[in-house]
Design a protein around this ligand. Structure first.
Ligand SMILES: NC(=O)c1ccc[n+]([C@@H]2O[C@H](COP(=O)([O-])OP(=O)(O)OC[C@H]3O[C@@H](n4cnc5c(N)ncnc54)[C@H](OP(=O)(O)O)[C@@H]3O)[C@@H](O)[C@H]2O)c1
Length: 305
């Protein structure tokens, strides 16, 4: 099968090549999926699990990519809950060969059925950004209707999902980002927007929840915005500064079939819009990842046109 392969952690996307690899075998509780589309964030290659197994042993040459949509073509021994021919989407395992390939083997529990009226491109854009937004708000962030939520990077992959889910659930949402992201953030449902380059973050006053995707100085300053009992949720690394009377939570997204089903239903109902930017074929993916332009929205690789 055709697959994008990496061997050199230091090289990042520049070390990617399009290669021929054997079709993987579905192990116990796995499904083998014919990949139709895959989502990819260039930052993913900074995650060491792309290059090592769970014990930290080198597993290169490896296939990156964690988000997929496709069709189940085989079941491993003992696999339940999905069947051959079923459309699926979800999050591939972190420490195994991934989704930038014509086939991938994934634990069945990491996938959910993809409804027939949801395009494969849309399906592949949901798993990381959708699950991260859901878990940050409703699991780690302890969100309640009526709260004030500050969403950093509100026009980005994760932030646009957080903004929409929070508004839909009854939040007052303040989005942040660069000056040029204002309109996109408002279109995703932010009530107001803070331009991080030109406005003063501290002018926001207090909020119940900050969803941080940026880290560093922005994350540190955000801790001071948390009201008593509120939460700073971040996906950008452990916070250095704790909220004075609140909680700080750093987390990594997890696969969850029930949450995927909830999220895709909102897409079908028109309550949630995915943030798809570039859509490219597998043959053009390496060049796209290494292009000089930083595309807005999620890059989706169409593995099977
Ligand atoms: N821990 C986890 O489980 C997890 C899960 C998903 C994602 N992540 C990580 O979270 C980060 C965000 O992911 P994403 O898919 O949402 O990325 P994205 O689509 O690039 O969105 C990030 C947004 O934040 C903006 N931004 C970044 N730095 C900024 C700054 N200093 N000032 C103003 N705006 C800034 C970006 O603008 P520009 O594009 O103009 O920079 C972009 O609009 C990535 O680093 C990703 O690897 C972690």
């Amino acid at each position: 099968m055709k697959a994008i392969v990496v061997t050199d952690e230091a090289a990042g996307t520049a070390g990617m090549t399009l290669d021929e690899r054997p079709v993987p075998v579905a192990a116990g509780n796995d499904v083998l999926v014919e990949v139709h589309a895959s989502g990819f964030t260039p930052g993913e290659l900074t995650w060491p699990s792309n290059f090592t197994d769970r014990l930290g042993r080198d597993r290169t040459p490896s296939i990156p990519g964690h988000e997929l949509s496709g069709v189940v073509t085989a079941l491993g021994y003992g696999t339940r809950g999905l069947s051959v021919g079923q459309r699926v989407f979800g999050l591939a395992d972190w420490t195994r060969d991934g989704t930038l390939a014509e086939y991938t083997a994934v634990e069945a529990r990491n996938l959910a059925p993809l409804p027939g009226d949801v395009d494969f491109t849309v399906g592949a854009s949901i798993p990381i950004s959708g699950l991260t937004a859901w878990q940050g708000l409703f699991v780690h962030g302890r969100f309640e209707a009526g709260q004030g939520v500050l969403v950093h990077g509100a026009a980005g992959g994760v932030g646009s999902m957080v903004t929409q889910l929070a508004r839909d659930a009854g939040a007052y949402v303040i989005g942040t980002g660069r000056a040029g992201d204002r309109q996109a953030a408002l279109d995703f449902g932010a009530n107001e927007f803070v331009d991080l380059d030109n406005d003063t973050l501290e002018d926001v006053g207090g909020v119940d929840l900050v969803f941080d995707v940026i880290g560093g100085d922005i994350q540190n300053r955000s801790a001071g915005l948390i009201r008593a009992g509120g939460t700073l949720v971040t996906i950008a690394g452990p916070p250095e500064t704790q909220p004075a009377e609140g909680l700080a939570v750093d987390f990594v997204v997890e696969a969850d079939r029930v949450q995927l089903a909830e999220i895709v239903q909102r897409v079908r109902d028109g309550r949630l819009r995915t943030n798809v930017g570039n859509v490219v074929d597998l043959e053009d993916a390496v060049a796209t990842f290494n292009g000089t332009e930083r595309p807005k929205g999620k890059t989706i690789i169409r593995v099977r046109p």
